[in-house]
Design a protein around this ligand. Structure first.
Ligand SMILES: Nc1ncnc2c1ncn2[C@@H]1O[C@H](COP(=O)(O)OP(=O)(O)O)[C@@H](O)[C@H]1O
Ligand SMILES: [Mg+2]
Length: 230
């Protein structure tokens, strides 16, 4: 049902990691998920081709830019959640995905430059919303955060507060387990212990909290949508 786009012009900020992590958390709750991979490099799709992809996650790759919205909307007719993992924001595929989305999640790493990329993405979302004559909800998630909050992240928080940006309470921390996902495939919980880093439970708890907050946001913007969460 809901379509969530994960978008940012910044390569490496964690769009694919966020998309896969969210998909796995939702799948473990018994929800069916389609990931539409709108990135020509197809990292989500490649993850889906590895062993261990949960049975209730399907990844559609090789989608042409002009088809992204239609593919996402078709998928939304038959599954509980559609997640569009995209390449950047300055391209047609992402704009089309955003235009069809119920929510846009913008991963932002903690630096001034990344913060500006987030602001540009929000402007793009607003512009797609104006074209569609509706407000497209968007939320920023801080990614690859350190245990101790850096000055750059503090400055970002202040800037976003001034701009009235919806910043998620949950950040996605820098963790070996998240980094291992696209190499090993499958869900975080299936990773070999050697790949889980020094705090194996840390990434899992983080992923669960992130998904919970996404569900809260979705429930707030789509109050009539009933989720059959296990
Ligand atoms: N929270 C994280 N902790 C550790 N590594 C991460 C995290 N998020 C992303 N990475 C790693 O950074 C690289 C880029 O992340 P990715 O999700 O592919 O970004 P994007 O899709 O925005 O280009 C990948 O190698 C990924 O494993
Ligand atoms: Mg990616």
């Amino acid at each position: 049902m809901p379509i969530i786009s994960v978008a940012s012009p910044k390569g490496g900020c964690g769009k694919t990691t966020t998309s896969i992590t969210l998909a796995c958390e939702l799948a473990r709750k018994g929800l069916s998920v389609v990931i539409v991979d709108a990135d020509p490099l197809m990292w989500s799709y490649k993850w889906g081709e590895l062993d261990g992809r949960p049975a209730n996650i399907q990844v559609i790759g090789g989608v042409k830019a002009e088809d992204v919205a239609v593919v996402a909307m078709d998928a939304a007719e038959r599954v509980d959640f559609v997640i569009v993992d995209s390449e950047g924001t300055g391209n047609l595929a992402t704009a089309n995905a955003v235009g069809a989305s119920d929510l846009v999640i913008i991963p932002v790493q903690g630096s001034a430059m990344d913060g500006e990329a987030g602001v540009l993405t929000l402007a793009m979302v607003a512009s797609e919303g104006r074209k569609a004559r509706r407000v497209i909800p968007a939320a920023v998630v801080l990614t690859r955060t350190r245990h101790i909050e850096t000055r750059a992240v503090k400055a970002l928080r202040e800037r976003y507060q001034e701009l009235n940006v919806q910043l998620m309470h949950t950040s996605i921390a820098e963790r070996a387990a998240f980094n291992a996902l696209t190499d090993f495939g499958g869900d975080l919980v299936d990773l070999p212990k050697t790949e889980m880093g020094s705090n194996p439970m840390g990434a899992m708890q983080n992923a669960a909290e992130f998904a919970e907050e996404v569900l809260e946001i979705v429930q707030a913007i789509m109050p009539d949508y009933k989720m059959e969460v296990a």
